[in-house]
Design a protein around this ligand. Structure first.
Ligand SMILES: *Cc1c(COP(=O)(O)O)cnc(C)c1O
Length: 351
């Protein structure tokens, strides 16, 4: 029996992130983290940082990071919004842009945080099934809705779509905000940034957690028209003016400025992804062609859950989702070549 005060509490089913095991010597391929350290320039900022500066509030306008991102993307500062990881930015986008009574649309197989925000913020939604090849069709998104959100490349499939696809999605939805979550775009996807010039209702969300090796720092940002960015700023400033701390702003700006290092680590991951896809296929797996820093694989004989458990017993952590349509698949993050070799060796033993 609930006590009366318990009936007044929020009932909610939260998002469950990938495990962060505390043991050393494991191969961690379960959270799409980058296996390489962040840019040496980030280390330099952290080493030199004078802790005495922390007695003051950070720049609520995120000036240094705004300038670095504006330069990188060739956008105005008024087209950029920054937050405490892209989960923070997306949560603010849901509150700022999805305020209609009509349901928002997203794919049935996608980032599993979207339905959680819908329930937290009481946004009605409808999921639209991917086709049998795990593809999204803009023609399925033509009906009236309260907004659209989807990752490109999609997660957990890793399948990326081109600019024509994004354009079709935007042309089908001129009366609502369309959010493209580009968490994995730097691993060979095609960014919708050039379309910002044409579509005032387009929001692109990116993160520094994956391609810039800064998951622990928590930095994400949205790129959109000044009207949408101003709405996001207003919502954020009605909630918490200082979502980003001083250290993070400076370290993140340094990461954006080091393009050479960024290009090198992204290329390396793409190279290892090609090798991983080929090797898994040789081991008998069916592997979707990925444009992200992970692959989605299934085995025709051994159940994904059993492989997941057996890998874990050998210290190799991958991601298993007990969700319809993917519950016989494993999502495997691309690590270093040495880490992937350990995965292949473990799989050879198991299968
Ligand atoms: C990882 C991920 C995010 C969130 O990343 P942050 O670490 O919060 O920046 C958002 N969307 C998708 C699809 C992701 O995979």
């Amino acid at each position: 029996m609930n006590k009366p005060w318990q009936d007044k509490l929020r009932q909610i089913e939260p998002y469950v992130p990938g495990e962060q095991p505390k043991v050393a010597d494991i191969v961690k391929l379960n959270a799409n983290e980058n296996p390489y350290p962040p840019s040496p320039r980030v280390m330099e900022i952290l080493h030199k940082f004078d802790a005495a500066r922390l007695r003051k509030y950070p720049d609520a306008n995120a000036g240094c990071l705004r300038t670095a991102l504006a330069k990188y993307f060739g956008l105005e500062g008024s087209q950029i919004f920054m937050g405490n990881g892209s989960d923070d930015v997306l949560a603010l986008c849901f509150q700022a842009f999805f305020c209609s009574e009509k349901p928002i649309f997203f794919p049935d197989l996608t980032y599993s945080f979207y339905p959680v925000w819908c329930s937290l913020f009481r946004v009605p939604y409808e999921t639209i099934p991917l086709d049998e090849n795990y593809r999204i069709h803009p023609s399925d998104y033509v009906r009236e809705n309260g907004g659209v959100v989807l990752p490109n490349p999609n997660a957990p499939t890793g399948i990326g779509e081109g600019l024509d696809f994004i354009r079709q999605m935007l042309d089908a939805n001129p009366d609502a905000v369309v959010i493209i979550d580009e968490a994995y775009i730097d691993f060979g996807g095609i960014s919708a940034v050039p379309l910002l010039k044409e579509y005032e209702n387009l929001v692109i969300v990116q993160t520094m957690s994956k391609s810039r090796s800064l998951a622990g720092l928590r930095v994400g940002y949205a790129l959109a028209s000044p009207a949408l960015i101003a709405t996001l700023e207003a919502v954020k400033n009605s909630y918490n003016s200082y979502t980003m701390d001083m250290v993070t702003l400076e370290a993140a700006a340094a990461a954006v400025e080091d393009d050479t290092y960024f290009q090198q680590t992204c290329s390396k991951i793409i190279e290892t992804r090609t090798r991983t896809t080929e090797t898994l296929r040789k081991l008998g797996f069916t592997v979707l062609d990925s444009q992200a820093n992970f692959v989605l694989a299934s085995h025709p004989v051994m159940a994904a859950k059993a492989i997941f458990e057996a890998l874990k017993a050998q210290g190799v952590f991958v991601r298993y989702f007990s969700l319809p349509r993917v519950d016989n698949h494993l999502r495997i993050t691309i690590g270093t070549d040495a880490e992937m070799d350990k995965l292949f060796a473990a799989l050879q033993k198991i299968l």
